[in-house]
Design a binder for this molecule. Structure first.
Ligand SMILES: [Zn+2]
Length: 90
C-alpha cells in the first residue's frame, strides 16, 4: 500500500495546520518559483517565517508543526514536508 494511512494523514494535517493550497504556496515560495530564482538555505526557517508573515499565518505554530514533520529548516521543509504526506496531490 503506497498511500499513507488515514489516521496518519489526519495527524500530519493537524501538525501542519495549513490547507492544501497554503502548503503549495509555501513550497513554491521556499523553492524560489515565486521569484524565478534559486534559494540557498541558511538552515533556518527564515523564508518560512517571511511567508507566514505575508500570509497572516501564525509563524511560531507553523515552524513548530513543520519541525514535528521533519522540516527542520527551509530546505528540509521542501524535502520532507511533501503534499502526499497529507493525502494531497503534488
Ligand atoms: Zn536547510
Amino acid at each position: 500500500m503506497s498511500a499513507p494511512h488515514e489516521a496518519e494523514v489526519a495527524a500530519s494535517r493537524d501538525k501542519l495546520g495549513l490547507q492544501a493550497d497554503q502548503l503549495k504556496a509555501l513550497r513554491a515560495f521556499l523553492d524560489g518559483r515565486t521569484f524565478g530564482i534559486t534559494i540557498t538555505c541558511d538552515h533556518t526557517h527564515g523564508r518560512t517565517e517571511e511567508w507566514a508573515g505575508r500570509m497572516g499565518v501564525d509563524m511560531e505554530a507553523l515552524v513548530e508543526g513543520l519541525k514535528a514533520l521533519g522540516g527542520t529548516c527551509d530546505c528540509k521543509v521542501l524535502a520532507q514536508v511533501t503534499p502526499d504526506r497529507f493525502g494531497w496531490p503534488a
